[in-house]
Design a protein around this ligand. Structure first.
Ligand code: URA
Length: 192
Protein backbone atom coordinates (compact mmCIF):
# COMPACT_ATOMS: atom_id res chain seq x y z
CA UNK A 1 0.00 0.00 0.00
CA UNK A 2 1.42 3.43 -0.87
CA UNK A 3 2.51 5.51 2.12
CA UNK A 4 0.05 8.22 3.07
CA UNK A 5 0.66 11.76 1.87
CA UNK A 6 1.40 12.71 5.49
CA UNK A 7 4.10 10.02 5.74
CA UNK A 8 5.64 11.05 2.43
CA UNK A 9 5.73 14.72 3.49
CA UNK A 10 7.34 13.70 6.78
CA UNK A 11 10.04 11.91 4.82
CA UNK A 12 10.70 15.03 2.70
CA UNK A 13 10.88 17.07 5.93
CA UNK A 14 13.50 14.63 7.26
CA UNK A 15 15.59 15.18 4.12
CA UNK A 16 15.28 18.96 4.57
CA UNK A 17 16.46 18.57 8.17
CA UNK A 18 19.66 16.90 6.99
CA UNK A 19 20.26 19.12 3.95
CA UNK A 20 23.71 20.73 3.63
CA UNK A 21 23.45 21.62 -0.06
CA UNK A 22 23.79 25.34 0.68
CA UNK A 23 25.18 27.19 3.68
CA UNK A 24 21.87 28.36 5.18
CA UNK A 25 21.70 25.41 7.60
CA UNK A 26 24.76 26.86 9.34
CA UNK A 27 23.05 30.09 10.42
CA UNK A 28 19.49 28.80 10.83
CA UNK A 29 18.13 27.48 14.12
CA UNK A 30 15.52 25.19 12.57
CA UNK A 31 14.52 23.83 9.21
CA UNK A 32 11.07 24.98 8.07
CA UNK A 33 9.81 22.43 5.55
CA UNK A 34 6.16 23.54 5.55
CA UNK A 35 3.01 22.80 7.49
CA UNK A 36 -0.65 22.10 7.01
CA UNK A 37 -3.06 19.61 5.56
CA UNK A 38 -1.34 16.92 3.42
CA UNK A 39 -4.67 16.40 1.63
CA UNK A 40 -5.09 20.11 0.85
CA UNK A 41 -6.56 21.33 -2.42
CA UNK A 42 -4.81 24.68 -1.93
CA UNK A 43 -1.10 25.25 -1.32
CA UNK A 44 0.41 28.63 -0.43
CA UNK A 45 4.07 29.17 -1.32
CA UNK A 46 6.03 31.99 0.30
CA UNK A 47 9.67 33.01 0.02
CA UNK A 48 11.74 31.86 2.99
CA UNK A 49 11.41 31.55 6.75
CA UNK A 50 11.92 34.72 8.79
CA UNK A 51 13.03 35.06 12.39
CA UNK A 52 9.90 33.67 14.06
CA UNK A 53 9.57 30.86 11.54
CA UNK A 54 13.22 29.93 12.15
CA UNK A 55 12.64 29.90 15.91
CA UNK A 56 9.47 27.79 15.70
CA UNK A 57 10.23 25.61 12.66
CA UNK A 58 6.86 26.61 11.18
CA UNK A 59 5.99 28.76 8.15
CA UNK A 60 4.26 32.16 8.39
CA UNK A 61 4.04 32.44 12.18
CA UNK A 62 5.50 35.99 12.45
CA UNK A 63 3.96 39.32 11.42
CA UNK A 64 3.54 38.29 7.76
CA UNK A 65 1.80 35.14 8.99
CA UNK A 66 -0.60 37.17 11.12
CA UNK A 67 -1.56 39.22 8.07
CA UNK A 68 -1.88 36.02 6.03
CA UNK A 69 -4.26 34.62 8.67
CA UNK A 70 -6.40 37.78 8.42
CA UNK A 71 -6.46 37.56 4.63
CA UNK A 72 -7.42 33.88 4.86
CA UNK A 73 -10.24 34.76 7.27
CA UNK A 74 -11.68 37.21 4.70
CA UNK A 75 -12.17 34.28 2.33
CA UNK A 76 -13.29 31.93 5.13
CA UNK A 77 -10.28 29.64 4.89
CA UNK A 78 -8.66 28.19 7.97
CA UNK A 79 -5.00 27.22 7.97
CA UNK A 80 -5.93 23.67 8.87
CA UNK A 81 -7.48 23.26 5.41
CA UNK A 82 -4.42 24.31 3.39
CA UNK A 83 -0.71 23.56 3.16
CA UNK A 84 1.77 26.43 3.56
CA UNK A 85 5.43 26.27 2.61
CA UNK A 86 8.26 28.30 1.14
CA UNK A 87 10.75 28.36 -1.71
CA UNK A 88 13.64 28.11 0.80
CA UNK A 89 13.44 25.78 3.78
CA UNK A 90 16.07 27.53 5.93
CA UNK A 91 16.16 31.21 6.91
CA UNK A 92 18.55 33.45 4.97
CA UNK A 93 20.63 35.58 7.38
CA UNK A 94 18.91 38.90 8.19
CA UNK A 95 16.05 37.90 5.89
CA UNK A 96 18.05 38.75 2.77
CA UNK A 97 16.67 37.67 -0.60
CA UNK A 98 17.15 34.03 -1.59
CA UNK A 99 20.16 33.56 -3.88
CA UNK A 100 19.88 31.72 -7.22
CA UNK A 101 22.04 28.81 -6.02
CA UNK A 102 19.98 28.43 -2.86
CA UNK A 103 16.77 28.36 -4.92
CA UNK A 104 18.29 25.81 -7.30
CA UNK A 105 19.27 23.34 -4.56
CA UNK A 106 16.19 23.87 -2.38
CA UNK A 107 13.30 23.80 -4.86
CA UNK A 108 13.56 20.02 -5.46
CA UNK A 109 12.04 19.71 -1.95
CA UNK A 110 9.18 22.00 -2.95
CA UNK A 111 8.65 20.08 -6.18
CA UNK A 112 8.50 16.82 -4.23
CA UNK A 113 5.99 18.32 -1.78
CA UNK A 114 3.76 19.54 -4.62
CA UNK A 115 3.85 16.17 -6.34
CA UNK A 116 2.84 14.42 -3.09
CA UNK A 117 0.04 16.84 -2.21
CA UNK A 118 -1.09 17.26 -5.84
CA UNK A 119 -3.16 20.37 -5.02
CA UNK A 120 -5.67 21.91 -7.41
CA UNK A 121 -4.72 25.49 -6.64
CA UNK A 122 -1.43 27.18 -5.76
CA UNK A 123 -1.33 30.71 -4.40
CA UNK A 124 2.14 32.19 -4.69
CA UNK A 125 3.05 34.85 -2.13
CA UNK A 126 5.58 37.32 -3.49
CA UNK A 127 7.87 37.42 -6.45
CA UNK A 128 10.18 34.48 -5.67
CA UNK A 129 7.41 31.89 -5.61
CA UNK A 130 5.74 33.56 -8.63
CA UNK A 131 9.05 33.22 -10.53
CA UNK A 132 9.25 29.53 -9.58
CA UNK A 133 6.19 28.93 -11.80
CA UNK A 134 6.40 31.92 -14.17
CA UNK A 135 10.11 32.70 -14.56
CA UNK A 136 9.56 35.38 -17.21
CA UNK A 137 6.70 37.24 -15.54
CA UNK A 138 6.58 40.19 -13.19
CA UNK A 139 4.44 40.17 -10.07
CA UNK A 140 3.21 43.72 -10.65
CA UNK A 141 1.80 42.56 -13.99
CA UNK A 142 0.18 39.25 -13.05
CA UNK A 143 -0.82 39.52 -9.37
CA UNK A 144 -4.46 38.60 -8.85
CA UNK A 145 -4.74 36.76 -12.17
CA UNK A 146 -6.15 33.24 -12.22
CA UNK A 147 -3.97 31.15 -14.48
CA UNK A 148 -4.43 27.55 -15.59
CA UNK A 149 -1.21 25.69 -16.26
CA UNK A 150 0.06 22.17 -16.62
CA UNK A 151 3.01 21.73 -14.26
CA UNK A 152 4.95 18.44 -14.37
CA UNK A 153 1.82 16.68 -15.57
CA UNK A 154 -0.41 18.27 -12.92
CA UNK A 155 -3.25 20.56 -14.04
CA UNK A 156 -2.99 23.54 -11.70
CA UNK A 157 -4.68 26.85 -11.12
CA UNK A 158 -2.08 29.40 -10.04
CA UNK A 159 -2.98 32.71 -8.43
CA UNK A 160 0.03 34.95 -7.75
CA UNK A 161 -0.38 37.66 -5.11
CA UNK A 162 2.01 40.09 -3.43
CA UNK A 163 3.91 38.92 -0.37
CA UNK A 164 2.14 39.78 2.93
CA UNK A 165 5.33 41.55 4.11
CA UNK A 166 4.85 44.03 1.23
CA UNK A 167 1.35 44.67 2.56
CA UNK A 168 2.78 45.36 6.02
CA UNK A 169 5.16 47.99 4.59
CA UNK A 170 2.96 49.71 2.05
CA UNK A 171 -0.73 50.67 2.10
CA UNK A 172 -1.17 50.38 -1.67
CA UNK A 173 0.26 46.84 -1.57
CA UNK A 174 -2.09 45.95 1.28
CA UNK A 175 -5.06 47.17 -0.78
CA UNK A 176 -3.85 45.12 -3.76
CA UNK A 177 -3.51 42.03 -1.52
CA UNK A 178 -7.00 42.51 -0.08
CA UNK A 179 -8.45 42.93 -3.56
CA UNK A 180 -6.61 39.85 -4.85
CA UNK A 181 -7.88 37.78 -1.92
CA UNK A 182 -11.42 38.91 -2.75
CA UNK A 183 -10.86 37.58 -6.29
CA UNK A 184 -9.56 34.31 -4.80
CA UNK A 185 -12.69 34.09 -2.61
CA UNK A 186 -14.99 34.67 -5.58
CA UNK A 187 -13.11 32.09 -7.64
CA UNK A 188 -13.38 29.50 -4.84
CA UNK A 189 -17.13 30.17 -4.47
CA UNK A 190 -17.56 29.69 -8.21
CA UNK A 191 -15.81 26.31 -8.33
CA UNK A 192 -17.38 24.85 -5.15
N1 URA B 1 7.90 35.10 4.83
C1 URA B 1 7.90 34.03 4.02
O1 URA B 1 8.05 34.15 2.82
N2 URA B 1 7.72 32.84 4.56
C2 URA B 1 7.52 32.66 5.85
O2 URA B 1 7.37 31.51 6.27
C3 URA B 1 7.52 33.80 6.69
C4 URA B 1 7.70 35.00 6.17
Amino acid sequence: MPATKAAQLKYIASLVAECHKCSLFKTAINHVPGDGNPEADIVFIGEAPGEQEDKQGLPFVGNSGKLLDKLLATIRIDRSEVFICNILKHRPPNNRDPMPDEIRVCTPFLKAQLKIIAPKIIITLGRFSMKFLFPDESISRIHGQIRNISWQGLPLVIIPVYHPSAGLRNGAMLQALQKDFLSIGKFLEKIQ
